[in-house]
Design a binder for this molecule. Structure first.
Ligand SMILES: Nc1nc2c(c(=O)[nH]1)N[C@H]1C(S)=C(S)[C@@H](COP(=O)(O)OP(=O)(O)OC[C@H]3O[C@@H](n4cnc5c(=O)[nH]c(N)nc54)[C@H](O)[C@@H]3O)O[C@H]1N2
Ligand SMILES: Nc1nc2c(c(=O)[nH]1)N[C@H]1C(S)=C(S)[C@@H](COP(=O)(O)OP(=O)(O)OC[C@H]3O[C@@H](n4cnc5c(=O)[nH]c(N)nc54)[C@H](O)[C@@H]3O)O[C@H]1N2
Ligand code: SF4
Ligand SMILES: [Mo]
Length: 733
């Protein structure tokens, strides 16, 4: 460093008037990277920088989203006081007015339309404490059976599949530290490189150590790039693919008979069904050549250890539960589970995707992964909550089905906390119409999202920098987000808002918490003895151990690194294999002359979910300013399209306009559109309302569509307006 530079830095340092450091965890994906926000006041300017902090899961790494997360929480559009819609405009009001509005309208609905006419729509971006409290609010504070959450659109198939096969669902059965030593890895419908970027070093290390990696995805992605073998299947055919792999494994005698005999039920039925399965049929269905199917099956079967990871590519299908169970069948048949370097991982999506599905905001569930229909579970939780068992409602319906109930007039009031269902739900046009029918819609958000814009009342929520609480990460590790930045304006924490609502609904005595830790203390007890048992976890223990893996049964218990070493979680201690691929109700709409292409949807690296947060972050928004449709150039030409042209995509459910993007990396029968944008670019306007019969997951990953140039006058005007707003060259059309 030159003398001049030194002088410059010294004088800069002197200019720094104050520096504050705030601890937190990234508000986005399930890696829950630990971070610090460094806030510097230099003369009149405040600057912010986010840096990674060491921890057992991500070891200090951050991806581009995490590094820029603070930009949205300081954005000028952040809501900092309650807003009430008056004559079509939002006007700021006091908390007292807001809560009085809720009291009057919610009790009014209860009186005229019945208790179940109120509903709660929650989120897996909430902390465990908040997810737990929202479940309690619905059942005890509002006395309604109608509560569900955005995780239904995310990991419902993975959860149901794992519960059915293993008897319990903790996303990953091992810790990530085992990944580098495994010998064969199947990545089925997961794009970890873009969706959980800080997980990648574990897989890169495995590859360096000689692991054989097989990826299953209709597109080439940054993830398939690390694979030795890429099975580029037709979308929606993963059940057939998993069955074919298992058939070859059985045929070639690569099963672990001892394991099957001692630890697994159902193999005989499965093997009988496989004997009728024709591999050539599977080749035709999946579009995967026979030699590739053999290569994958033989390698996985022969290696001494192996792991299978699934994510939304195979799960967000109307046969998603079956697809998950099909891949788990492979692990059970080869005895690659419950042992070192072998296991199953459903790569968790949202920051608290795991914890938020364990503690009671799912329609059929009570805390600790208990069932709302089981009398012992009900009695236990009723006692923890200080109510009679009979007072607890029974199960309600799933997230999307709540909108159907609204449409039918059975639900007339809704509280949406931390979700943006107009963009994230299937059949989005219908969802919007049904939200418009509500007598009273209250949303709790940091921004006026597309959903919040429809609300009668919007309540301002705190961000990841302000809101302390626990989050259960991709490994099932319960972490403590130590957030303590002061709340801006009149903002409150989600848990405080829940308590305020309970108070005005007359149940305040059961919601009198002073801190997130107090709620956690109750959650510990509520989860005790349940499948997701957190009883042995405390804030202090998480601080000492840097996270604790559940189940953790009591204070002296160290937590559980590897599941199923001795037994599975079903009552008889055995896992259950599943016969799959034989049910007519899973028949998906195929491509046809009218809708000749498969549309699949997903994510890009720089945006998160409905984009409400990441589109407000200039550093992230600049990377992808608008949506697009990835299409193979040969297919594009066949449909009279050009690269970078505005395209109208139409399905049986609606139509949208986005820009084409030529890519040789996608199958010729498939197009891909990310779902981070709303309005005209909302790809969920195209997605069907059909749901998986086991878990009620929508089929986000396959919709038959047609595509054509979007060249009518109205569309050109829309594009010109968008170009003007984004500063893009409007002459392009
Ligand atoms: N950057 C970013 N990261 C995120 C998120 C985000 O929005 N942005 N969201 C977080 C959340 S909540 C989630 S749930 C996860 C999602 O993480 P992923 O599930 O990994 O992400 P997706 O892009 O939805 O889908 C994964 C892959 O499935 C492929 N696919 C599509 N159809 C099929 C099919 O029929 N079969 C198979 N085998 N594959 C198919 C897609 O081409 C895609 O590459 O990511 C989390 N991380
Ligand atoms: N086509 C298609 N659709 C999909 C998917 C797909 O792959 N394809 N994936 C599905 C999946 S996996 C998911 S997880 C869902 C997600 O769907 P959503 O839950 O609707 O998506 P988010 O963008 O996370 O919405 C969160 C909202 O809460 C606000 N918010 C953020 N943090 C907080 C907080 O701490 N408190 C409060 N009160 N508000 C907060 C944000 O501003 C935002 O408006 O989308 C699903 N939809
Ligand atoms: S988005 Fe995920 S990988 Fe990236 S910093 Fe946040 S938690 Fe980590
Ligand atoms: Mo998700």
């Amino acid at each position: 460093m030159t003398e001049l530079m030194l002088k410059y830095f010294r004088s800069k340092q002197q200019e720094v008037q104050s520096e504050k450091v705030y601890e937190s965890q990234c508000p986005f994906c399930s890696m829950q990277c630990k971070m610090q926000l460094i806030e510097q006041k230099v003369v009149s300017r405040t600057t912010h920088k986010t840096v990674g902090v060491d921890n057992p899961t991500t070891q200090g790494r951050l991806c581009v989203k995490g590094m820029n997360a603070h930009q949205h929480s300081f954005h000028r559009d952040r809501i900092t006081q309650p807003l009430m819609k008056k004559d079509g405009e939002f006007v700021p009001i006091s908390w007292d007015e807001a809560l009085e509005y809720i009291r009057v309208n919610f009790t009014g609905i209860q009186e005229t339309d019945g208790l179940d006419a109120l509903s709660v729509y929650g989120s897996a971006s909430l902390t465990n404490e908040e997810a737990y409290l929202l479940g309690k609010l619905a059942r005890v504070g509002l006395k309604t059976k109608h509560i569900d959450y955005n995780g239904r659109l995310c990991m419902a198939s993975a959860a149901t599949g794992a519960n059915q096969s293993f008897g319990v669902d903790r996303g990953f059965t091992n810790t990530l530290h085992e990944v580098p030593n495994t010998k064969c890895i199947i990545l089925a419908g997961t794009n970890i490189a873009e969706c959980q970027p800080t997980i990648m070093p574990y897989f890169e290390q495995a590859k360096e150590n000689g692991a054989y990696i097989i990826a299953v995805d209709p597109r080439e992605t940054a993830t398939t790039e690390i694979a030795d073998l890429h099975l580029k299947n037709k979308p929606g055919t993963d059940v057939a693919l998993a069955s074919a792999l298992l058939k070859i494994i059985v045929q070639e005698d690569l099963i672990d008979e001892e394991f099957l005999q001692e630890r697994v039920n159902g193999f005989d039925e499965v093997s009988r069904q496989l004997s009728t399965l024709d591999i050539d049929d599977c080749v035709a269905k999946t579009g995967i050549p026979k030699d590739q199917l053999y290569q994958a099956a033989l390698t996985f079967g022969q290696e001494e250890s192996g792991m299978i990871f699934t994510a939304r590519g195979i799960e967000q299908q109307i046969d998603g539960t079956e697809a998950v169970r099909g891949f788990i069948n492979i692990l059970l048949a080869t005895g690659k589970i419950g042992k070192p370097y072998s296991g199953y991982g459903a790569i968790t999506g949202q920051g608290n995707g795991q914890g938020a599905r364990e503690h009671g905001q799912k329609a059929d569930q009570l805390p600790g992964y208990r069932s709302i229909e089981n009398i012992e579970d009900r009695s236990y939780i009723a006692q923890v909550w200080g109510v009679e068992e009979k007072q607890l409602p029974h199960k309600g319906v799933s997230a999307y089905e709540m909108f159907e109930e609204v449409d039918e007039g059975n639900i007339t009031g809704m509280l949406v906390v931390c979700s943006n269902p107009i963009i994230s739900s299937p059949n989005a046009n219908f969802v919007k119409q049904s939200l418009e029918k509500l007598k009273c819609l209250v949303t709790v958000d940091m921004f006026l999202s597309e959903t919040a814009q429809l609300a009668d009342l919007v309540l301002p929520a705190s961000s990841y920098l302000e809101d302390q609480g626990t989050m259960t990460n991709v490994e099932g590790r319960v972490t403590l987000r130590e957030a303590n930045r002061p709340l801006p304006g009149k903002v409150k924490h989600d848990w405080q808002i829940v308590c305020d609502i309970a108070e005005v609904m007359g149940e305040g005595d059961k919601f009198s918490y002073q801190s997130a830790e107090e709620i956690f203390e109750e959650l510990r007890v509520a989860s005790r003895g349940g499948r997701a048992d957190y009883f042995g976890i405390t804030y202090d223990k998480i601080r000492q151990e840097k996270g604790v893996l559940w189940p953790c049964l009591d204070i002296d218990h160290k937590g559980t690194e590897r599941l199923f070493e001795d037994e599975f979680a079903h009552e008889d201690g055995r896992a259950k294999m599943a016969v799959i691929g034989i049910y007519p109700e899973f028949t998906k709409e195929d491509i046809s002359e009218e809708f000749p292409l498969f549309l699949t949807t997903g994510r890009v690296m720089s945006h998160y979910l409905t984009g409400e947060q990441t589109r407000k972050s200039p550093s992230l928004a600049a990377r992808n300013i608008e949506s697009y449709m990835e299409i193979h150039p040969e297919t594009g030409e066949q449909f009279q399209l050009k690269d970078q042209m505005l395209v109208r995509i139409t399905s049986r459910y609606g139509s949208i306009v986005v820009r084409s993007k030529w890519s040789e990396k996608i199958r010729k029968d498939t197009v891909f559109v990310p779902f981070h944008w709303g309005g005209e670019q909302n790809v969920n306007r195209l997605v069907s309302d059909e749901l998986d019969p086991f878990c009620r997951m929508p089929g986000f990953k396959i919709s038959p569509v047609n595509v054509k140039p979007a060249l009518n006058r109205e569309e050109v005007l829309i594009e010109n307006q968008r170009n003007l707003e984004s500063g893009r060259d409007a002459g392009r059309l």
